[in-house]
Design a protein around this ligand. Structure first.
Ligand SMILES: *[C@@H]1O[C@H](CO)[C@@H](O)[C@H](O)[C@H]1NC(C)=O
Ligand SMILES: *[C@@H]1O[C@H](CO)[C@@H](O)[C@H](O)[C@H]1NC(C)=O
Ligand SMILES: *[C@@H]1O[C@H](CO)[C@@H](O)[C@H](O)[C@H]1NC(C)=O
Ligand SMILES: *[C@@H]1O[C@H](CO)[C@@H](O)[C@H](O)[C@H]1NC(C)=O
Ligand SMILES: *[C@@H]1O[C@H](CO)[C@@H](O)[C@H](O)[C@H]1NC(C)=O
Ligand SMILES: *[C@@H]1O[C@H](CO)[C@@H](O)[C@H](O)[C@H]1NC(C)=O
Ligand SMILES: *[C@@H]1O[C@H](CO)[C@@H](O)[C@H](O)[C@H]1NC(C)=O
Ligand SMILES: *[C@@H]1O[C@H](CO)[C@@H](O)[C@H](O)[C@H]1NC(C)=O
Ligand SMILES: *[C@@H]1O[C@H](CO)[C@@H](O)[C@H](O)[C@H]1NC(C)=O
Ligand SMILES: *[C@@H]1O[C@H](CO)[C@@H](O)[C@H](O)[C@H]1NC(C)=O
Length: 652
């Protein structure tokens, strides 16, 4: 039989039964299997019981693995399976929709439903192989897709194990345990150098509905958000080891779970969500790899794992990051994906490590805008209203590009992409964009003539806020707990957070109030003279849409760095952090550069940032969906470029 070929390729690597052996508690952690060269993880708990007759039919005549597990496919019987050609079409669709199901699961096909006719107990040819057909008519249907069935009639849902070749994850996660309402670290991996396996379930099991708009959406979580049952690292090894698994889940994560998202792992953050540059700054954890271009560009930070993972892996759908001073937007720009810094305060950041509560936000890094909007609706809920019209004004800041580190020829390509986008969005919105010079306007209208230019007013605001807040809220309790557990010792801290915290220590407590006052001055100026806070009684919420771009910055990870210093300075990317407005990254295209790594011309992503009024995030989500439908923007692919391609130098 055709199925025996598959079963010869099925190896059981390990399985430990649940049993007490001479008083030892032996826990079943599940199994790792390989079939046709693909690795699978089987959880210890079966998905369903009582299919002994199905096993008898499935296993008839086929060779079995040591455990007797047989890979099978469950298909709903309906019009789509009423004859063999229709059944074959259904299986062909499985093959294109799903990366977990494969022909190996055709040892047997189980048709489930009440009106199965003409099949059953027979052997048929589908997808060029001989397959056993059996039927079940259970009262409760199980999701169709791939399963392994055991000799005692237990059905297991297999998870496909992918290697984390780009080092984006800190801790892959096993399946949710409904009995204890916890997650656990994934106790499985794949062969290869230093790449943990990440386990994903079949896409065939899930249907997105109004109640479960993220059903089956494979999601990675930046490792500053707590998840019940898992330790949190905040990017620091001492911190990870000091504290036990968390007993609560951060609200942003909980809302994604409630909407059906499948959590597949915690992802790397630069330490305590401070900005770090590869490689010298990343002492405790190695920075993930940016898949784009030559594969040796910085990932930007602090949502580096989410940016790297969503830019690299087609099997990952959604990542949750945080943005205090650019930590979602930077990684989105350099990895060529969509990313949103939301209006501050759209969701309470419970059980989430703070940097500066005055600035902290939670948002997404994602390739598909449809998933982006669905995730945002699920996470921000009523705080994210939508509006029937687009704003009546379009403005630009320093457009197309501010100064960047790219060559003139790279800049020229990026400018051309940005200007082409500008004319398309002008035509789409039927608006002519006007430039706004807010730094010059400030000089004219500032509330007190003695106030300096914005570049001076806000030069120290960000480093003051984050260092005064994080020393108090994170560093001090961490150091005290660590000292208590380690005979008065201090834990290791990376150079960047250490330098920033030292800056905070050098300032009097009153400096925090000064920083907040400067931030408030800017926010009031912005809302008075540039863009008033959103008005949800209007049809368009925001009076204007404002575009700017951070350009293409070539930043090799094999560069020797200067010692870190506090992040002084002010630029356009900080408008949103001080004015609390939404700032979304939209990938547009690629510009070429001559790589010093490959001695070859490579391309890096070019993106635009879109700002709307405070509270008008829904306007940008709607605009992005409309621009996608109009073909003005596209869905970037994972890989070497946003149009796909093998990632260079990835370890296999
Ligand atoms: C079955 O074999 C035919 C002829 O070799 C081939 O064209 C077709 O792609 C095969 N189908 C599958 C699902 O492998
Ligand atoms: C959860 O953990 C926190 C911090 O360790 C602790 O204070 C709290 O009592 C725990 N709650 C429960 C329900 O165990
Ligand atoms: C632009 O950046 C380059 C390189 O960093 C620098 O030499 C140059 O002075 C900058 N130009 C302006 C106008 O800021
Ligand atoms: C904005 O105004 C400032 C001060 O007047 C000027 O130096 C700068 O070049 C202007 N920026 C743009 C993009 O015109
Ligand atoms: C303007 O600032 C100066 C210097 O800080 C201060 O003395 C003065 O009272 C301020 N004026 C107003 C109207 O706030
Ligand atoms: C910003 O602050 C740093 C550190 O105090 C200083 O070196 C730099 O000159 C300042 N820049 C501006 C524009 O004030
Ligand atoms: C606040 O603004 C003043 C100018 O009014 C500036 O001198 C000071 O450095 C700023 N401080 C912070 C922490 O933003
Ligand atoms: C409009 O915004 C106000 C203030 O934020 C809020 O209380 C109200 O619920 C919002 N209304 C709608 C329809 O979203
Ligand atoms: C790459 O190098 C070649 C040869 O020096 C040059 O002509 C070309 O403009 C460079 N391309 C870019 C994008 O810098
Ligand atoms: C890089 O490429 C150029 C031609 O494009 C070639 O002349 C040069 O030898 C190459 N350098 C190395 C180190 O291979």
């Amino acid at each position: 039989m055709g199925s025996s070929r598959d079963l010869l390729g099925l190896f059981t690597l390990f399985v430990v039964g649940v049993q007490l052996v001479w008083g030892q508690l032996v826990l079943d952690m599940g199994s790792t299997l390989s079939m046709n060269g693909i690795y699978y993880y089987l959880p210890s708990k079966p998905f369903s019981h009582g299919y002994t007759s199905v096993y008898a039919a499935s296993a008839s005549g086929s060779k079995s693995s040591r455990l007797g597990l047989v890979p099978i496919t469950v298909v709903n019987s309906n019009a789509a399976t009423s004859n063999l050609a229709a059944l074959e079409n259904t299986l062909n669709a499985f093959s294109t929709q799903d990366d977990v199901w494969g022909d190996g699961f055709l040892s047997a096909i189980i048709l489930q439903g009440t009106s199965v006719q003409g099949f059953g107990g027979s052997t048929v040819n589908v997808r060029n192989r001989s397959t056993t057909l059996a039927t079940i008519q259970a009262s409760t249907k199980i999701p169709q897709g791939p399963y392994f069935i055991s000799p005692i009639g237990d059905l297991y849902q297999p998870y496909r194990l992918y290697p984390d070749t780009e080092g984006a994850f800190t801790q892959p996660m096993g399946p949710f345990d409904a009995a204890t309402a916890t997650y656990a670290a994934l106790p499985a991996t794949v062969p290869g150098i230093s790449s943990p396996g990440v386990a994903v379930p079949s896409r065939l099991y899930y249907t997105r509905t109004a109640a479960q708009p993220l059903a089956g959406v494979r999601t990675g979580i930046k490792d500053i958000f707590d998840i019940n049952g898992l330790q949190t690292s905040d990017g620091n090894r001492a911190y990870y080891n000091l504290y036990p698994p968390r007993n609560a889940t951060a609200l942003p994560v909980q809302r994604l779970i409630d909407a059906g998202a499948i959590l597949v792992g915690k992802m790397k953050t630069s330490q305590f969500a401070n900005g770090e540059v590869a490689t010298a700054d990343w002492v405790d954890y190695h920075e993930p790899f940016n898949p784009r271009g030559d594969g040796y560009q910085d990932t930007s930070s602090s949502s580096s794992g989410p940016g790297s993972g969503i830019g690299s892996y087609p099997w990952l759908d959604l990542t949750l990051g945080s943005d205090t001073g650019g930590s979602i937007r930077g990684p989105s720009q350099v990895q060529g994906v969509y990313g949103n810094r939301p209006t501050r305060g759209l969701i309470p950041l419970t059980n989430t490590m703070p940097l500066a509560p005055e600035l902290d936000t939670a948002g997404f890094l994602v390739r598909d805008p449809t998933i982006w909007t669905a995730a945002a609706k699920a996470m921000y809920q009523d705080a994210l209203p939508f509006f029937p019209q687009f704003p009546p004004k379009l403005q630009t800041i320093n457009f197309p590009l501010p100064n960047t580190t790219a060559s003139d020829s790279t800049k020229a390509e990026a400018n051309a992409i940005l200007l082409a986008f500008l004319s398309k969005i002008e035509a789409f919105l039927k608006l002519k964009a006007s430039p706004v010079n807010y730094t010059a306007l400030w000089d004219q209208v500032k509330p007190n003539a003695t106030l300096p230019p914005l570049s001076v007013l806000l030069n120290r605001t960000y480093p003051t806020l984050i260092s005064k807040e994080q020393t108090k809220n994170v560093r001090d309790p961490f150091f005290a707990d660590y000292a208590a557990m380690n005979d008065g010792r201090t834990p290791f801290v990376d150079p960047v957070p250490k330098a920033r915290w030292a800056f905070g220590d050098s300032l009097p407590a009153s400096e925090l109030d000064v920083a907040v006052a400067n931030k408030t001055l800017f926010q009031n100026f912005w809302e008075t003279y540039i863009l008033p806070a959103g008005d949800n009684r209007t049809a368009y919420c925001s009076q204007s849409i404002i575009l700017y771009s951070s350009g293409v910055n070539i930043l090799y990870r094999n560069t020797y760095l200067q010692p870190p210093r506090p992040p002084f300075g002010f630029d356009d990317s900080q408008i949103s952090i001080f004015a609390e407005v939404p700032d979304f990254v939209v990938p547009l295209g690629s510009a070429s550069y001559n790589s010093t790594v490959t001695n070859h011309t490579e391309v890096l992503p070019v993106s635009v940032d879109i700002i709307a009024a405070r509270g008008c995030d829904g306007v940008i989500f709607s605009l992005v969906e409309a621009l996608l439908q109009a073909g003005i923007i596209t869905i970037p692919l994972a890989g070497q470029t946003i149009t796909g391609g093998e990632i260079l130098y990835k370890h296999k």
